[in-house]
Design a protein around this ligand. Structure first.
Ligand code: HEM
Length: 503
């Protein structure tokens, strides 16, 4: 306890001294509690309101503060102020999380891990809200609520639902790449310190001349990658469900500060028109052979929060929090996310969520937004409208990101599903994973898929077969399915495969 807080008289929230905090005011015989005990009522009423909605996804997580330091000159690509000079340091916050589980769920669950960073720059807050995987399950944000529902509890049984899980994924073949990563041991990382982070999305960087490039962020753990096997993760879920939270907190407490090295991949707009994969499709990576990692800086986490609720639970990250020099790309998932985060923050934390100290910029801010619940801003005596002739804050066109040339019809354009959507998964299985990784991947998948209906197993196994025949064959064998049938289904179009496995 802080020295200055010791030996003080207990008070109400209004600062009035309290005479007794152990006995409520009642009649004597029998004891009926009286409304006149305003201290007791205030205490209980506040307690009744302690919980706020947990995040609809990424509810379980922990975080810490630290700094980002630029190590490489990237000013020819971006005019972002916090990246403007080698050696420049910017205060930051990181929050790591699992995705599907509730706030009390186990840290070692098989799940992607959230990797959210907030940079308190001198030109406003920049958020990089990524994951520990470079790709995602879907590539159009309109599918996100359905996808998440299949990862949550069945609304009737209140239990995880393997049918829903595999039904949706097998009807959404573009998920195959992320599914393969998730069911490898990368789906159960050893805490938050031993994993990489990725923006996954493509973003625009533009320089002082208004020239832009497309980039992807990579954050490589300086602690080295470590994963748990399924057995280790399952055991820890019982014996130490807060493993990752404890590991991060304790390492910082003892001065062993975790660090990540930051890199980007860069693609020019011209290259983006001709790349073999759609560079804005989040189910695909850009090969590092084509677009090597360029070092940018590193970040170090060296300070635990003083109050988890205030600084981590109330932290509000948004992939739309940009600073000059960084902007969105035409990635359909990203575009939907730009809406969803501040929308959920207004619901979860209230309209003035950005006035909370952890979310407020550390640079001056000026605009004409006013009032609402819990407002503490006071812009008076400035005018509360724009334009005005009282020298109130005004926009500056020099901060405009480059204009994008947009053409064609506004319509519900679907991503066509093609063989190209299985190529990177086939390479991951065939060329990247070791025999040990492959065996764990197959066992982890079979262990999970065995709980789904057989027709759904067949449909999903056919997708693995399409990615790599050995992959599909081993899954089929592990589940006791006919390999011939799986091969036959793999050779069909997705539409025919769905019809053939309808019942
Ligand atoms: C959290 C929506 C895709 C990473 C959240 C939250 C929502 C959400 C509503 C809760 C935020 C809060 O309560 O503060 C969506 C939607 C998506 C999407 C609609 C697709 C259109 C993604 C992708 C990634 C990602 C592709 C990673 C590349 C995260 C992270 C958090 C989060 C890291 C936790 C942030 C924190 O620590 O507070 N998402 N998400 N999400 N999402 Fe997404």
């Amino acid at each position: 306890m802080k020295e200055e807080e010791k030996k003080k008289t207990l008070t109400t929230n209004q600062g009035s001294p309290v005479d007794n905090d152990q006995a409520s005011i009642t009649t004597q015989n029998p004891t009926m509690t009286l409304l006149s005990d305003t201290h007791m009522i205030e205490k209980l009423a506040h307690f009744d309101r302690e919980r706020i909605p947990e995040r609809v996804v990424h509810a379980k997580g922990s975080g810490a503060f630290g700094y980002f330091e630029v190590t490489n000159d990237v000013t020819k690509y971006t005019c972002a102020d916090f990246l403007s000079q080698v050696g420049k340091k910017t205060e930051m916050l990181a929050r790591f999380s699992t995705v599907g589980g509730e706030k009390g769920s186990a840290d070692t669950a098989r799940d992607p891990r959230g990797f959210a960073l907030k940079f308190y720059t001198e030109q406003g807050n920049y958020d990089m809200v990524g994951n520990n995987t470079p790709v995602f399950f879907i590539r159009d944000g309109i599918k996100f609520p359905d996808f998440i529902h299949t990862q949550k509890r069945n609304p009737i049984s209140n239990l995880p639902d393997p049918d829903a899980f595999w039904d949706f994924l097998s009807l959404t073949p573009e998920s195959i790449h992320q599914v393969t990563i998730l069911f490898s041991d990368r789906g159960t990382p050893d805490g938050f310190r031993h994993m990489h982070g990725f923006s996954s999305h493509t973003f625009m960087w533009y320089n002082a001349n208004g020239e832009h490039v497309w980039i992807k962020w990579h954050f490589k753990t300086a602690q080295g990658v470590k994963n748990f096997t399924n057995e280790q993760a399952t055991e820890l879920a019982g014996t130490d469900p807060n493993y990752a939270t404890r590991d991060l907190y304790e390492s910082i407490e003892k001065g062993d500060y975790p660090a990540w090295n930051a890199y980007i991949q860069i693609m020019t707009p011209k290259e983006a028109n001709n790349y073999k994969f759609d560079p804005f499709d989040i189910t695909k990576v850009w090969y590092q052979g084509d677009y090597p990692l360029i070092p940018v800086g590193r970040f170090v986490l060296n300070r635990n929060p003083e109050n988890h609720f205030n600084e981590i639970e109330q932290a509000a990250f948004s992939p739309g929090n940009f600073v000059p020099g960084i902007a969105a790309s035409p990635d359909k998932m990203l575009q939907v996310r730009l809406f969803s985060y501040p929308d959920t923050h207004r619901h979860r934390l209230g309209a003035n969520f950005d006035q909370l100290p952890v979310n407020a910029p550390k640079c001056p801010m000026h605009n004409y937004q006013r009032d609402s619940y819990m407002n503490t801003r006071n812009d008076a005596p400035a005018p509360n409208y724009y334009p005005n002739s009282f020298e109130g804050p005004s926009p500056d066109a020099k901060f405009a990101p480059p204009a994008l040339d947009v053409q064609g019809l506004a319509a519900r354009h679907e991503y066509p599903l093609g063989d190209i959507d299985f190529v990177q998964t086939g390479e991951l299985y065939g060329r990247v994973l070791s025999d040990y990784d492959k065996t764990n991947l197959i066992n982890n998948l079979v262990g999970h898929m065995k709980n789904a209906q057989q027709r759904i197993q067949l449909r999903q196994a056919a997708l693995f077969y399409k990615a790599h025949p050995e992959y599909g064959t081993r899954i089929a064998q592990g589940l006791g399915l006919s390999v011939d049938r799986v091969k036959q289904l793999a050779e069909m179009s997705q539409e025919d495969r769905v019809k053939a496995t309808a019942q």
